[in-house]
Design a protein around this ligand. Structure first.
Ligand code: ZN
Length: 287
Protein backbone atom coordinates (compact mmCIF):
# COMPACT_ATOMS: atom_id res chain seq x y z
CA UNK A 1 0.00 0.00 0.00
CA UNK A 2 1.25 3.47 -0.83
CA UNK A 3 1.96 5.76 2.11
CA UNK A 4 2.26 9.52 2.47
CA UNK A 5 5.70 10.99 3.14
CA UNK A 6 4.72 12.47 6.51
CA UNK A 7 5.81 9.58 8.73
CA UNK A 8 8.92 8.58 6.75
CA UNK A 9 10.23 12.16 6.68
CA UNK A 10 9.47 12.80 10.35
CA UNK A 11 11.63 9.76 11.13
CA UNK A 12 14.29 10.97 8.69
CA UNK A 13 14.47 14.42 10.24
CA UNK A 14 14.77 12.94 13.73
CA UNK A 15 17.36 10.39 12.56
CA UNK A 16 19.39 12.98 10.58
CA UNK A 17 19.16 11.27 7.22
CA UNK A 18 17.24 12.01 4.02
CA UNK A 19 14.87 9.96 1.87
CA UNK A 20 15.47 10.13 -1.87
CA UNK A 21 12.79 11.12 -4.31
CA UNK A 22 13.60 9.43 -7.59
CA UNK A 23 11.55 10.52 -10.59
CA UNK A 24 10.05 7.81 -12.77
CA UNK A 25 9.44 7.75 -16.51
CA UNK A 26 8.37 4.23 -17.35
CA UNK A 27 8.23 0.62 -16.19
CA UNK A 28 12.01 0.08 -16.12
CA UNK A 29 12.58 3.19 -14.01
CA UNK A 30 9.89 2.25 -11.51
CA UNK A 31 10.97 -1.38 -11.21
CA UNK A 32 14.65 -0.43 -10.80
CA UNK A 33 13.92 2.09 -8.03
CA UNK A 34 11.48 -0.16 -6.14
CA UNK A 35 13.83 -3.17 -6.24
CA UNK A 36 16.77 -1.09 -5.05
CA UNK A 37 14.74 0.37 -2.18
CA UNK A 38 13.75 -3.13 -1.12
CA UNK A 39 17.34 -4.43 -1.40
CA UNK A 40 18.59 -1.46 0.64
CA UNK A 41 15.70 -1.71 3.12
CA UNK A 42 15.13 1.99 2.52
CA UNK A 43 11.96 4.08 2.33
CA UNK A 44 11.53 5.65 -1.10
CA UNK A 45 9.55 8.37 -2.85
CA UNK A 46 8.66 7.95 -6.51
CA UNK A 47 8.45 11.40 -8.10
CA UNK A 48 6.10 11.96 -11.04
CA UNK A 49 6.14 15.27 -12.89
CA UNK A 50 3.05 16.27 -14.84
CA UNK A 51 4.95 15.73 -18.08
CA UNK A 52 6.08 12.23 -17.07
CA UNK A 53 2.54 11.48 -15.92
CA UNK A 54 1.19 12.41 -19.36
CA UNK A 55 3.95 10.37 -21.00
CA UNK A 56 2.88 7.32 -18.99
CA UNK A 57 -0.70 7.96 -20.24
CA UNK A 58 -2.01 9.53 -17.05
CA UNK A 59 -1.81 9.50 -13.26
CA UNK A 60 -4.15 6.52 -12.96
CA UNK A 61 -1.80 4.36 -15.04
CA UNK A 62 1.05 5.39 -12.75
CA UNK A 63 -0.82 4.50 -9.56
CA UNK A 64 -1.99 1.18 -10.97
CA UNK A 65 1.48 0.30 -12.28
CA UNK A 66 3.14 1.06 -8.95
CA UNK A 67 0.49 -0.80 -6.94
CA UNK A 68 0.88 -3.77 -9.25
CA UNK A 69 4.64 -3.76 -8.71
CA UNK A 70 4.35 -3.49 -4.93
CA UNK A 71 2.43 -6.75 -5.08
CA UNK A 72 4.33 -8.46 -7.89
CA UNK A 73 7.78 -7.62 -6.54
CA UNK A 74 6.75 -8.15 -2.89
CA UNK A 75 7.87 -4.66 -1.88
CA UNK A 76 7.50 -4.12 1.87
CA UNK A 77 9.47 -0.89 2.42
CA UNK A 78 7.46 2.37 2.66
CA UNK A 79 6.74 3.75 -0.84
CA UNK A 80 5.11 7.08 -1.70
CA UNK A 81 3.96 8.22 -5.13
CA UNK A 82 4.48 11.96 -5.14
CA UNK A 83 3.44 14.59 -7.68
CA UNK A 84 6.54 16.65 -8.52
CA UNK A 85 6.05 20.39 -9.24
CA UNK A 86 2.29 20.09 -9.56
CA UNK A 87 0.09 22.86 -10.88
CA UNK A 88 -3.14 23.55 -9.00
CA UNK A 89 -5.16 21.41 -11.45
CA UNK A 90 -2.44 18.77 -11.58
CA UNK A 91 -2.56 18.47 -7.79
CA UNK A 92 -6.33 17.97 -7.88
CA UNK A 93 -5.96 15.31 -10.58
CA UNK A 94 -3.19 13.48 -8.69
CA UNK A 95 -5.27 13.40 -5.49
CA UNK A 96 -8.16 12.04 -7.51
CA UNK A 97 -5.97 9.34 -9.14
CA UNK A 98 -4.70 7.98 -5.80
CA UNK A 99 -1.28 9.61 -5.36
CA UNK A 100 -0.18 9.41 -1.72
CA UNK A 101 1.66 12.75 -1.75
CA UNK A 102 1.62 15.94 -3.82
CA UNK A 103 3.80 18.95 -4.35
CA UNK A 104 2.02 22.17 -5.20
CA UNK A 105 4.48 24.48 -6.88
CA UNK A 106 2.90 27.86 -6.33
CA UNK A 107 6.27 29.60 -6.32
CA UNK A 108 5.46 31.55 -9.50
CA UNK A 109 2.27 33.03 -7.98
CA UNK A 110 2.30 36.20 -5.88
CA UNK A 111 2.69 35.09 -2.25
CA UNK A 112 -1.01 35.81 -1.38
CA UNK A 113 -2.27 33.60 -4.19
CA UNK A 114 0.28 30.89 -3.35
CA UNK A 115 -1.08 30.92 0.22
CA UNK A 116 -4.76 30.74 -0.85
CA UNK A 117 -4.23 27.83 -3.24
CA UNK A 118 -1.92 25.99 -0.84
CA UNK A 119 -4.53 26.23 1.94
CA UNK A 120 -7.24 24.77 -0.29
CA UNK A 121 -5.05 21.85 -1.36
CA UNK A 122 -3.85 21.15 2.19
CA UNK A 123 -7.45 20.87 3.41
CA UNK A 124 -8.40 18.51 0.60
CA UNK A 125 -5.23 16.38 0.76
CA UNK A 126 -5.14 16.06 4.54
CA UNK A 127 -8.75 14.88 4.61
CA UNK A 128 -7.54 11.92 2.54
CA UNK A 129 -4.25 11.27 4.38
CA UNK A 130 -2.18 12.67 1.50
CA UNK A 131 0.92 14.74 2.29
CA UNK A 132 1.61 18.15 0.72
CA UNK A 133 4.91 19.76 -0.25
CA UNK A 134 4.98 23.49 -0.91
CA UNK A 135 7.69 25.57 -2.55
CA UNK A 136 8.96 29.01 -1.66
CA UNK A 137 11.50 30.81 -3.81
CA UNK A 138 11.71 29.26 -7.25
CA UNK A 139 14.35 26.61 -7.85
CA UNK A 140 16.62 27.35 -10.78
CA UNK A 141 16.90 25.50 -14.05
CA UNK A 142 14.10 23.99 -16.07
CA UNK A 143 11.39 21.64 -14.85
CA UNK A 144 8.77 20.69 -17.42
CA UNK A 145 9.18 23.94 -19.30
CA UNK A 146 9.02 26.13 -16.19
CA UNK A 147 12.33 27.96 -15.88
CA UNK A 148 13.22 29.11 -12.37
CA UNK A 149 15.86 31.72 -11.65
CA UNK A 150 17.47 29.88 -8.73
CA UNK A 151 16.56 32.51 -6.19
CA UNK A 152 17.09 32.16 -2.48
CA UNK A 153 13.91 31.85 -0.41
CA UNK A 154 12.90 34.41 2.21
CA UNK A 155 12.82 32.64 5.61
CA UNK A 156 9.81 34.75 6.71
CA UNK A 157 7.84 33.60 3.65
CA UNK A 158 8.89 30.01 4.38
CA UNK A 159 7.49 30.36 7.90
CA UNK A 160 4.21 31.74 6.49
CA UNK A 161 3.80 28.81 4.10
CA UNK A 162 4.92 26.25 6.71
CA UNK A 163 2.20 27.52 9.05
CA UNK A 164 -0.51 26.69 6.50
CA UNK A 165 -0.35 23.04 7.48
CA UNK A 166 1.84 21.71 4.69
CA UNK A 167 3.84 18.61 5.60
CA UNK A 168 7.13 19.44 3.90
CA UNK A 169 8.71 22.53 2.42
CA UNK A 170 10.98 23.03 -0.58
CA UNK A 171 12.95 26.24 -0.30
CA UNK A 172 15.33 27.60 -2.91
CA UNK A 173 18.85 27.90 -1.46
CA UNK A 174 20.78 28.32 -4.70
CA UNK A 175 20.01 24.78 -5.91
CA UNK A 176 18.96 24.25 -9.52
CA UNK A 177 17.47 21.50 -11.67
CA UNK A 178 19.58 19.66 -14.23
CA UNK A 179 23.33 19.89 -14.60
CA UNK A 180 25.06 22.57 -12.52
CA UNK A 181 27.10 25.21 -14.40
CA UNK A 182 30.87 25.48 -13.90
CA UNK A 183 30.57 28.79 -12.05
CA UNK A 184 27.85 27.63 -9.62
CA UNK A 185 28.06 29.40 -6.24
CA UNK A 186 27.08 26.37 -4.14
CA UNK A 187 24.26 26.02 -1.63
CA UNK A 188 23.50 28.93 0.67
CA UNK A 189 23.84 27.32 4.10
CA UNK A 190 23.29 30.55 6.01
CA UNK A 191 19.80 30.87 4.55
CA UNK A 192 19.16 27.13 4.98
CA UNK A 193 19.95 27.48 8.68
CA UNK A 194 17.58 30.45 9.02
CA UNK A 195 14.80 28.60 7.19
CA UNK A 196 15.37 25.51 9.28
CA UNK A 197 15.10 27.51 12.51
CA UNK A 198 12.01 29.40 11.33
CA UNK A 199 10.11 26.30 10.22
CA UNK A 200 11.27 23.69 12.77
CA UNK A 201 10.36 20.77 12.96
CA UNK A 202 9.19 20.74 9.34
CA UNK A 203 11.22 18.44 7.07
CA UNK A 204 12.84 20.44 4.26
CA UNK A 205 13.30 19.35 0.66
CA UNK A 206 16.32 19.82 -1.56
CA UNK A 207 15.46 19.85 -5.27
CA UNK A 208 18.04 19.45 -8.01
CA UNK A 209 20.11 16.81 -6.19
CA UNK A 210 22.14 15.94 -9.30
CA UNK A 211 25.72 17.14 -9.13
CA UNK A 212 25.67 18.72 -5.66
CA UNK A 213 28.98 17.71 -4.01
CA UNK A 214 28.68 15.04 -1.31
CA UNK A 215 29.91 17.25 1.52
CA UNK A 216 27.22 19.84 0.68
CA UNK A 217 24.55 17.11 0.66
CA UNK A 218 25.66 15.91 4.08
CA UNK A 219 25.76 19.42 5.50
CA UNK A 220 22.26 20.13 4.11
CA UNK A 221 20.96 16.97 5.80
CA UNK A 222 22.54 18.02 9.11
CA UNK A 223 20.66 21.34 8.80
CA UNK A 224 17.21 19.78 8.38
CA UNK A 225 16.93 18.58 4.76
CA UNK A 226 15.03 15.26 4.90
CA UNK A 227 14.06 14.73 1.26
CA UNK A 228 16.37 15.05 -1.72
CA UNK A 229 15.11 14.96 -5.29
CA UNK A 230 17.14 13.03 -7.86
CA UNK A 231 16.07 12.99 -11.49
CA UNK A 232 18.73 14.00 -14.02
CA UNK A 233 21.36 11.65 -12.56
CA UNK A 234 19.28 8.53 -13.29
CA UNK A 235 18.62 9.83 -16.81
CA UNK A 236 22.33 10.39 -17.48
CA UNK A 237 23.23 6.94 -16.09
CA UNK A 238 20.52 5.24 -18.16
CA UNK A 239 21.56 7.06 -21.37
CA UNK A 240 25.28 6.33 -20.89
CA UNK A 241 24.73 2.60 -20.30
CA UNK A 242 22.36 2.32 -23.27
CA UNK A 243 24.83 4.19 -25.50
CA UNK A 244 27.62 1.83 -24.45
CA UNK A 245 25.51 -1.23 -25.29
CA UNK A 246 24.59 0.06 -28.75
CA UNK A 247 28.06 1.41 -29.56
CA UNK A 248 29.53 -1.99 -28.68
CA UNK A 249 27.16 -3.44 -31.29
CA UNK A 250 25.42 -5.65 -28.72
CA UNK A 251 22.01 -4.96 -30.22
CA UNK A 252 23.22 -6.63 -33.43
CA UNK A 253 24.38 -9.83 -31.72
CA UNK A 254 21.84 -12.65 -31.43
CA UNK A 255 18.63 -11.39 -29.83
CA UNK A 256 20.37 -8.25 -28.55
CA UNK A 257 17.59 -6.17 -30.07
CA UNK A 258 15.06 -7.64 -27.63
CA UNK A 259 13.94 -4.66 -25.48
CA UNK A 260 14.40 -6.76 -22.37
CA UNK A 261 18.09 -7.04 -23.32
CA UNK A 262 18.50 -3.60 -24.88
CA UNK A 263 17.15 -1.81 -21.81
CA UNK A 264 18.87 -4.03 -19.24
CA UNK A 265 22.17 -2.08 -18.95
CA UNK A 266 20.25 1.17 -18.43
CA UNK A 267 18.06 -0.53 -15.86
CA UNK A 268 21.14 -1.74 -13.94
CA UNK A 269 22.66 1.75 -14.19
CA UNK A 270 19.56 3.28 -12.55
CA UNK A 271 19.77 0.67 -9.78
CA UNK A 272 23.42 1.51 -9.13
CA UNK A 273 22.69 5.26 -9.07
CA UNK A 274 19.77 4.86 -6.67
CA UNK A 275 21.82 2.63 -4.35
CA UNK A 276 24.67 5.14 -4.32
CA UNK A 277 22.24 7.95 -3.41
CA UNK A 278 20.53 5.95 -0.67
CA UNK A 279 23.93 5.27 0.87
CA UNK A 280 24.91 8.96 0.63
CA UNK A 281 21.57 10.14 2.07
CA UNK A 282 21.81 7.62 4.93
CA UNK A 283 18.42 5.98 4.32
CA UNK A 284 19.78 2.42 3.93
CA UNK A 285 18.30 0.13 6.61
CA UNK A 286 15.80 2.79 7.73
CA UNK A 287 12.62 1.24 6.30
ZN1 ZN B 1 12.22 20.25 -8.40
Amino acid sequence: MLVSVTEMLKKAKEGKYAVGQFNINNLEWTKAILLTAQECNSPVILGVSEGAGKYMTGFKTVVNMVNGMLEGLKITVPVAVHLDHGSYQGALDAIDAGFSSIMFDGSHYPIDENIEKTKELVALANSKGISVEAEVGSIGGEEDGVVGAGEVADPAECKMIADLGVDILAAGIGNIHGKYPENWQGLNFEVLEEISRATHPMPLVLHGGTGIPEDMIKRAISLGVSKINVNTECQLAFAAATRKYVEAGKDLEGKGFDPRKLLAPGFEAIKATVKEKMELFGSVGKA
